[in-house]
Write a protein of this length. Structure first.
Lengths: 301, 217
C-alpha cells in the first residue's frame, strides 16, 4: 500500500471515529481546552512578568529631584540635557503638587497625619529611564554624579540594591516558569492520556479484532494518534479563543504606580501563539500515544 | 503445515494441554473434538499465536511461534483465518465493513478490497445483507460473515472454533459445505467441535482430546 493511501485511510477512519463518537470527543476536547486554558493563562502571566523583569534588567530608572524654586529656563535646559544622555528617556515629570497628592493617595486613611504641615516639603522630580543599560555601557554611579552636577538638580536616586538583585530575580522567574510550565504540561498530558484511554476503552473490541485479523500495532495506533492530535489542536484553539476574549475584556492594559506607567499587559506574541498550538498538537499526539501504548499491553496477544 | 512438539499449556498450576504432539499436512481437513474443557479452544489459540505454550514448540507453515516477533505474528495472522465461537464481529460496522477489515489491515487497494469483499459475500450468500449490521442478522448469518472475513485473504490455514455451536441442523449443513469448498481450494481446515452429529459418517481425520491429552488421532 502506498504511504499516502495508508494515511488517507487513517485520516478518514480518525475523522469518522470523531464523528461517530461525538459526545466522548466533545468531553475530551472540553477537558483539554480547560487544561490548556490554565496553561495559556500561565504563559500569558509569565510572558508579561518575564518581559517586565527583562525590561527592568535592561533599563534603569533614576529619580532626579529638583531644587526648590528652580526657574523655568533652568528646568528646560536640564530637560534637554537629560534627553541628550545615551539611552535616556524622560518617562514623566512629577510636580511638587503631584508628588504631594501621590503621597496622600499612598497614605490613604492615614493622610490626616499630613494635615499639620503648612508647606509642601516634597521636591519636583523627573523620572528618567535608561534603556539598554549594557549596550550603552551605562555606569549608574557615573550617571548619578554627572546629573547631580547639572544646574537645578538637588539629588539623584536609584535603587542600587534592586539593580544588583535583578539578575537573581530574572533567574528565579525563568526557573519558576520552567518548573511550573513543565508541571502544567505533565498535568495536561496526564488528563489527555486518561481521557483518550476512555475512548480507547470504549473501542477495545475493535482493537482486539483488528489485531486478530493481522493489523500491525502502528495500523491500530495511527487513527488514535490522529484523533489525539486533532483533539489537542481543537482544544488549544478553544483555549486560545477564550484567553483572547478574557484579555480583551481586561479593564486595564497598563499598570500604573504613583501615576507613572509601570508595565503594559501584552497578549501572547506570535511565536508564543505558534508554540501554544504546537503544544496542544504535541500533547494530543503524545497523550494518545501513551494512552494507546498503555492500553495495548493487554490487547496484543 | 502445522506441527506441534510436546506442547503443554498451563494456566497457573492447572494444565489445559499436556504433551501434545501432532502434525497436520497441507490441504488436510481435520476435526478436533472432545468434551467441554478438553482443551480444544486452547489448542486452536496456541496455533493462532493468541497464547504461548508453557512447554514445547509449535510450527505454523514452518514458522516457530515461540520465537516469532509481535510484528511477524501480525503478518502471519494475515495468512491464517480464524472463525471464532462468538464470531467477533464489530457491532457498529456493516457486514461489508466487517469483511473488508481483514483486507484493509493488509493495505490492499480500495478497488481490490471492494471487489473481493463482494465476491466473499456472494460466496457465503450474504450479498443482500451487505449494508446490515451484525445485530440485525441471525446466528447463522453472523457465522457466515465471520467465515467470509476469515477466508478473504485466501488463508493457508483456516481455524474454526465451534463454528456450528447454537446453529440449527440446516444452517450447520450449509456452513460445513462452505468449509468443504474452502478446503477443496487448497486451504488446510482445522475445526474444533463437540458436535457429534458433524463427526458421524465423516471421512475426515478426527483428533480427540480428553483432559488436555490426545486420546485418538
Amino acid at each position: 500500500m502506498a504511504i499516502h493511501r495508508v494515511w488517507i485511510y487513517h485520516f478518514k477512519n480518525a475523522f469518522l471515529n470523531i464523528i461517530n463518537n461525538r459526545l466522548i470527543h466533545a468531553v475530551s476536547i472540553g477537558t483539554i481546552s480547560v487544561s490548556l486554558l490554565f496553561f495559556g493563562a500561565f504563559i500569558l502571566l509569565w510572558v508579561n512578568l518575564n518581559g517586565w523583569v527583562v525590561q527592568w534588567g535592561q533599563s534603569m530608572t533614576l529619580s532626579v529631584y529638583l531644587k526648590e524654586g528652580v526657574e523655568r529656563k533652568a528646568t528646560e535646559k536640564l530637560e534637554s540635557a537629560l534627553k541628550s544622555l545615551p539611552g535616556a528617556e524622560i518617562r514623566g515629570f512629577v510636580s511638587k503638587e503631584k508628588a504631594w497628592s501621590n503621597l496622600m493617595e499612598m497614605l490613604g486613611s492615614q493622610a490626616r497625619l499630613l494635615e499639620g504641615i503648612a508647606k509642601n516639603p516634597l521636591p519636583a522630580s523627573y523620572e528618567v529611564l535608561f534603556r539598554d543599560v549594557s549596550k550603552h555601557h551605562i555606569d549608574p554611579k557615573a550617571i548619578k554624579d554627572k546629573i547631580e552636577r547639572m544646574e537645578g538638580v538637588d539629588e539623584v536616586q536609584y535603587s542600587e540594591q534592586w539593580l544588583e538583585r535583578l539578575e537573581g530575580v530574572i533567574y528565579f522567574v525563568e526557573l519558576a516558569g520552567l518548573i511550573i510550565g513543565a508541571l502544567l504540561c505533565i498535568a495536561v498530558l496526564f488528563i489527555i492520556s486518561n481521557t483518550l484511554r476512555l475512548t480507547i476503552y470504549s473501542r477495545r473490541d475493535e482493537i482486539e479484532i483488528q489485531k486478530l485479523v493481522g493489523a500491525t500495532d502502528w495500523f491500530v495506533k495511527a487513527p488514535y494518534m490522529i484523533e489525539g492530535s486533532v483533539q489537542g489542536v481543537l482544544g488549544g484553539g478553544i483555549a486560545f479563543c477564550i484567553l483572547l476574549v478574557m484579555y480583551s475584556l481586561l479593564p486595564v492594559k497598563t499598570i500604573h504606580l504613583f501615576g507613572l506607567p509601570l508595565m503594559d499587559i501584552i497578549f501572547l506574541p506570535k511565536p508564543y501563539i505558534i508554540a501554544f498550538f504546537s503544544t496542544g498538537f504535541l500533547l494530543g499526539l503524545l497523550g494518545s500515544f501513551i494512552a494507546i501504548t498503555r492500553s495495548f499491553r493487554f490487547e496484543s496477544r | 503445515m502445522i506441527q506441534l512438539f510436546h506442547v503443554s499449556k498451563a494456566f497457573g498450576t492447572d494444565y489445559a494441554l499436556k504433551e501434545i504432539s501432532l502434525r497436520i499436512r497441507k490441504g488436510e481437513f481435520v476435526f478436533i473434538t472432545g468434551p467441554s474443557g478438553a482443551g480444544k479452544t486452547t489448542l486452536l489459540r496456541l496455533m493462532f499465536g493468541a497464547e504461548q505454550p508453557t512447554e514445547g514448540q509449535i510450527l505454523m507453515n514452518r514458522i516457530n511461534l515461540n520465537r516469532i516477533s509481535s510484528s511477524k505474528l501480525d503478518l502471519l495472522r494475515r495468512r491464517l483465518g480464524f472463525v471464532f465461537q462468538d464470531f467477533k464481529l464489530l457491532k457498529r460496522k456493516t457486514v461489508f465493513q466487517n469483511v473488508a477489515l481483514a483486507l484493509e489491515v493488509t493495505g490492499a487497494r480500495l478497488a481490490l478490497t471492494r471487489r473481493k469483499t463482494r465476491q466473499m459475500l456472494k460466496a457465503v450468500g450474504l450479498t443482500v445483507k451487505e449494508q446490515a449490521f451484525p445485530l440485525q442478522l441471525s446466528g447463522g448469518e453472523q457465522q457466515r460473515v465471520a467465515i467470509a472475513r476469515a477466508i478473504i485473504n485466501d488463508p493457508l490455514i483456516l481455524l474454526a472454533d465451534e463454528p456450528t455451536g447454537n446453529l440449527d441442523p440446516d444452517i450447520t449443513r450449509d456452513i460445513m459445505i462452505l468449509f468443504r469448498s474452502i478446503n477443496l481450494r487448497g486451504t488446510t481446515v482445522v475445526i474444533a467441535t463437540h458436535n457429534r452429529e458433524l463427526l458421524r459418517n465423516t471421512e475426515q481425520r478426527i483428533i480427540m482430546l480428553e483432559k488436555g491429552r490426545i486420546v485418538h488421532q
